[in-house]
Design a protein around this ligand. Structure first.
Ligand SMILES: [Zn+2]
Ligand SMILES: [Zn+2]
Length: 308
């Protein structure tokens, strides 16, 4: 199960009713914040979620509307007495981008670890902070005016436990639970791997957050079959397609075309230009292309669940 809270949907400038685009992912008590613009802290308060225990902040790029909330948030975590390590990830140039921010924040009660993700992604359990073995975060390159990346969070799902196989291997019933949880066990002199008593892996869950980007193949590939795609849609009008490309952004129709080509289950539009007063008015430009599109609104929440 993955909980998603959309903290903001604005581009460039925070508006009274629209915070800068950011989202919080929670899974099994752990959480990741995607982007942190000016006002993301208060947006979280309004959405009734806490950022104080966030394990990781995943930055899509270093434009101000995606990172200027960082000093404030890091400072608040300190004043709340945080002690757990905070991981911060981002595209190339992370160290340089974070240097002035960390200097501004000064001493913290917790360790901040900067972490660039390897191309194969990060098995989050490797951080040793309690993430499930099934959770993985991968970054993929996007097409913006500066170095940028989107993120794909997946929760894989093991196959069904097969009691008959466990009996055949002579595994005592009180150890079945460990294997079901993905832990290998020892019976006599033999190590039994969970795969030996589980069926074929079942369909897991996938969440994708784009950051700022024009339409690009890496995004379509990363978003393939996602349960939820939160995609930037800076411009609303079809006539703004070229303008969007020029600025490394998308319009509603382009975002919908990404969702359609990636065959996602659901698309949420975000990162609206301040020229867009009410995104709902323009939603048809997206739904004409991809039916399962909704306009992201600040504070919107959903829970992604395994299909039976
Ligand atoms: Zn932006
Ligand atoms: Zn940008």
């Amino acid at each position: 199960m993955i909980d998603i809270t959309l903290l903001g949907t604005a581009a460039l400038v925070p508006l009274p009713q629209r915070s800068l685009t950011a989202a919080l992912l929670s899974c099994g008590g752990r959480s990741i914040l995607f982007d942190c613009g000016e006002g993301t802290q208060t947006a979280a308060n309004r959405a009734n979620v806490s950022l104080m225990k966030v394990d990781m902040i995943a930055l899509t790029h270093y434009h101000g509307d995606h990172i200027f909330g960082m000093p404030g948030l890091l400072q608040t975590m300190c004043s709340m007495g945080r002690t757990e390590t905070l991981y911060i990830t981002g595209p190339e140039g992370l160290k340089e981008a974070m240097e002035p921010i960390l200097k501004l924040v000064g001493w913290t009660s917790y360790t901040i670890t900067l972490l660039e993700l390897a191309p194969e992604g990060l098995q989050l359990s490797e951080l040793g902070t309690g993430w499930s073995r099934e959770s993985k975060l991968t970054a993929f390159q996007t097409e913006h005016r500066i170095s940028s990346q989107g993120y794909c969070f997946t929760l894989s799902r093991a196959g069904k436990f097969i009691p008959q196989k466990a009996r055949e291997l002579g595994i005592p019933e009180n150890q079945w639970g460990l294997l079901q949880k993905g832990t290998s066990i020892q019976v006599g002199n033999t190590i039994i791997q969970p795969e030996q008593v589980l069926g074929e892996p079942r369909q897991g869950l996938k969440f994708v957050f784009t950051g700022d980007t024009a339409v690009c193949d890496t995004l379509i590939k990363a978003a393939a079959e996602a349960d939820l795609l939160i995609c930037e849609a800076t411009y609303s009008e079809n006539e703004q397609a070229n303008l969007a490309i020029e600025h490394g952004h998308m319009n509603f129709a382009q975002a919908a075309s990404v969702a359609a080509r990636a065959n996602v289950k659901q698309l949420w539009l975000v990162h609206y230009s301040q020229m867009i007063d009410d995104p709902q008015v323009h939603l048809h430009n997206a739904t004409d292309i991809f039916e399962h599109t909704v306009c992201g609104l600040d504070g919107m929440k959903t829970t992604l669940r395994y299909q039976k």
